[in-house]
Ligand binder design. Sequence first.
Ligand SMILES: *Cc1c(COP(=O)(O)O)cnc(C)c1O
Length: 388
Amino acid sequence: MIDIFNSDKEYIANTYARFPLCLVEGKGSRVKDSNGKEYIDLSTGIAVNTFGFSDDEWKNAVIEQLGKLQHTSNLYYSEPCTKLAQLLCEKTGMKKVFFSNSGAEANECAIKTARKYAADKKGSEYNTIVTLVNSFHGRTITTLAATGQDVFHKDFLPLTEGFVYANANDIDDLNAKVKENKCAAIMFECVQGEGGVLPLTKEFVEAIVKIAEENDLLVICDEVQTGNGRSGSLYAYMNYGITPDIVSTAKGLAGGLPIGATLMGEKTEKTLGASDHGSTFGGNPISCAAAVNVISRIDGELLEDVRRKSQYIIDELSCVNGVKSVCGMGLMLGIETEKEASAVIKECMDNGVLVIKAKNKVRLLPALNIPDDELKTAINVLKKACEV
Ligand SMILES: *Cc1c(COP(=O)(O)O)cnc(C)c1O
């Protein structure tokens, strides 16, 4: 076997600070490393493996499609992506879907759609998109510009123009940013994931919708991380009772295969026309067959289970000496600990539990179907690791 740690260092671009762990196989929420040590996984490849590793039903859907064909290009009709688009529209009330391969691309499409909608309706000078301070929308030059965190910007200037940042949960600041600029849209995550698992207040989200209405702006929800059942609803915006004009999603949609989707509502369903946008791999049959399996399994019962498990985790952790606070929504939780988050993560890893970080917090993103006994075992390890 190759020396994976050294070869990785030698041949892989140096963009990731990896844990000293090579994962080789898993089943559900259990996964083994190259030494044969087993872990309970509460990270799901950053909210991607919706039903854990190599879930049987999911795997069969993928294998069945693999046996038919793997790719067609968008020059031809293809059943898996049509089926998935229909399913997404029926479950959300949105009208049209554009498929891509990642969260950043799903957001690129959302931004292009918003710019074109505003240009068609109000004039091309109405191109500013208001996003939030501490947001995360992706790593391309445009989605970096949308990301309201200077640390991500500094070495890559100039970024795409036309983004301004309002403070989260600050209605006056949002109003001011909208008034000071010629705007097309307001774009936000209902729970800022990379920013520290911070949910927006209901009052603020309602204000976004009201301000958008008053100023003829589109409402764009970035559901890349919060989407596909993770928040305890199919999409997190549903927890706030709002109807966005555009929804972007990716991570958990295909349960572990690359996909991005941009959902367009009534206002924007006709905005993009022939050759306005495209993606070679977008709507890939394998990814779409996987996503059809994932989305059709996210029903009321599963979502109730997500909310129940969420409450269990919150209740268990809140009373631990060493836990300052628990925040988030559904199975997307952030824990503020008295110890350094990295120390808690390492102790968990040593004791067979995988958790990750978001800013200064320990972040939990377990599989939506994690069995109760495995969750309990993992939370007990985590509680011990947090204790001071
Ligand atoms: C992860 C993430 C992205 C970027 O997704 P990629 O697939 O890495 O391009 C965008 N927005 C949010 C909210 C995310 O969590």
